[in-house]
Design a protein around this ligand. Structure first.
Ligand code: GLN
Length: 501
């Protein structure tokens, strides 16, 4: 088996080979590095790769026999560029932080490291996580591995592309309004936003703190659960972090998830299948609903009439929080500085040059929404709307175990197609935003194809029912057999655990 083939293995397959002593951690890291070297000049998933650091970590683990019991022992992974790591820059794909080196590791980097994971590189994203196509990166564009003329989605587009291109079996992303799930859908991989508060945001450069959540991008649901096992834990340094009832048990529970979904009640909210959703996507979701019925679940249509208000309310709340969070980038304390005649000039010059157009748009929108005289009309109204969405979803979960929807209203669009039209770009998140507004867990798994491009289906569950979500997704995945195979690297993800070396 060539080294490139090793990088195609899933996380669980790598786990087996390492545990059986059939492959070394160094071989896996080398395979990932050569896959990146081969493909990433064209794909552009990474902003930075730490070849030396990753190899050194792998060798050290090989020498000591690794992290006993560490779920991610020896597994190469990538992290989005807004997640702080001591190694490499944490630049949020912004000129503002172009050379920024964090003096500490984010909690998720530390805990992934304690579980034995090996950080290979930092992935491209929309600047400060604002966007849906990764085209807002200040540095370069990322292409979709399924069709190089299309976007990978965003804002965690680099993470999704890196996993879909079989560079690494897992990557971390952040999801404020859909930024893990939407690119996962466009790239044909699994992406999950866990319950708000279950993964520490310590060391995640904040966009909208009441909505931001870190989560995994992987090729299988089982791999997603394995990463979650390393991520979900209470952390005192994030005041919104809470302990999770199923912490450390996700992978185990997915492995034991069985063959059917007998007795499960799944709601199919009508509002997610209406205008604005590509009819071919509706077909995919209806097909998935039949799939769930075939597994024994009871699938029924339902109605969530406030769904339409989620998007406008989100853009007020997220922008308001962003305008406040991004105030720290003043040219004095962090990142780039452009001098001026006065302190005010220094602020204006640094922010003027450091931020790209979408970030400026959000800061202006947010500042406006919070300004005296407009606060009640915009921010307060949006906050109330959010409350209504929360209650409506809570109500729905008294009738259903899960909700099934599209992840995105359309398949991956062309590079350049929506950059001039912010509203068209914002529409890419209509299906994913409600879960952030309500803090509930949601996952996107490959659901089918439209014009040969992958599209995801989304499952949502009540707060802290992440385990339920994963179990249902795992059963569905096992039966449909769609595991995010990537056509631009010929061949499928190997299904046998052991390769013939
Ligand atoms: N596309 C949405 C936005 O631009 C969501 C971004 C995200 O989840 N980080 O705000």
């Amino acid at each position: 088996m060539m080294t490139c083939d090793l990088s195609r293995l899933t996380l669980m397959q790598m786990r087996e080979l390492i545990d059986a002593g059939e492959v070394s951690r160094e071989e896996l890291v080398r395979a990932a590095l050569s896959a990146v070297a081969e493909g990433d000049e064209v794909l552009g998933a990474f902003l930075e790769v730490d070849e030396e650091g990753a190899l050194a970590a792998a060798r050290a683990a090989d020498n000591t026999g690794g992290q006993t019991g560490g779920v991610l022992d020896g597994i190469p992974y990538a992290a989005k560029a807004n997640i702080c790591s001591r190694r490499m820059t944490t630049n949020c794909a912004s000129y503002m932080l172009a050379d920024y080196r964090s003096p500490f590791d984010a909690k998720v980097v530390a805990s992934t490291g304690s579980a034995g994971g090996i950080l290979l590189g930092k992935t491209n994203m929309d600047e400060f996580a604002m966007g849906s196509s990764t085209e807002n990166s200040a540095f370069h564009k990322t292409r979709n591995p399924w069709d190089l003329d299309r976007v990978p989605g965003g804002s965690s587009g680099g993470s999704a592309a890196a996993v879909a291109a079989n560079y690494v079996p897992a990557a971390l992303g952040s999801d404020t309004g859909g930024s893990i799930r939407q690119p996962a859908s466009f790239c044909g991989v699994v992406g999950m936003k866990p319950t708000y508060g279950s993964v520490s945001r310590y060391g995640l450069i904040a966009f909208a703190s009441s909505l931001d959540q870190i989560g995994p991008v992987t090729r299988t649901v089982h791999d997603c659960a394995a990463v979650l096992d390393a991520l979900v834990m209470r952390d005192k340094r994030d005041s919104t972090s809470t302990s999770h009832p199923d912490s450390g048990r996700f992978s185990e529970s997915v492995a034991a998830s069985g063959e059917d979904l007998q007795g499960w009640r799944i709601g199919l909210p009508r509002e997610y299948l209406g205008d604005g959703i590509d009819p071919r996507i509706r077909e995919v979701v209806r097909g998935a609903a039949d799939g769930f019925t075939g597994l024994g679940a009871e699938v029924r249509e339902c109605s969530l009439p406030h769904t339409d208000y989620a998007l406008p309310a989100y853009y007020i709340i997220a922008s308001a929080e962003a305008s406040s969070n991004l105030a720290r980038f003043d040219g004095v304390r962090y990142g780039m500085r452009t001098e001026g005649e006065s302190v005010l000039d220094l602020y204006l010059n640094s922010r003027g040059e450091g931020f790209g157009p979408e970030v400026k748009r959000r800061v202006m929108l947010g500042t406006f929404a919070l300004s005296a005289g407009y606060y009640d009309a915009y921010y307060l109204k949006a906050a109330r709307t959010r409350g209504m969405i929360v209650r409506e979803l809570e109500q729905a979960f008294s009738d259903f175990d899960l909700l099934l929807t599209p992840t995105t209203p359309m398949p991956a669009f062309g590079i350049g197609e929506r950059v001039e039209d912010p509203l068209a770009m914002y529409m890419a998140d209509i299906c994913t935003i409600p879960a952030n507004m309500a803090g509930i867990p949601a996952i996107s798994i490959p659901g089918g194809r439209v014009d040969g491009l992958p599209v995801g289906i989304q499952l949502m569950a009540p707060r802290f029912a992440d385990e339920r979500l994963l179990r249902a997704a795992a059963v569905y995945e096992r039966v449909t057999g769609d595991r995010g195979a990537n056509p631009s690297c010929p061949g499928d993800v190997p299904t046998e655990g052991v390769c013939d070396r």
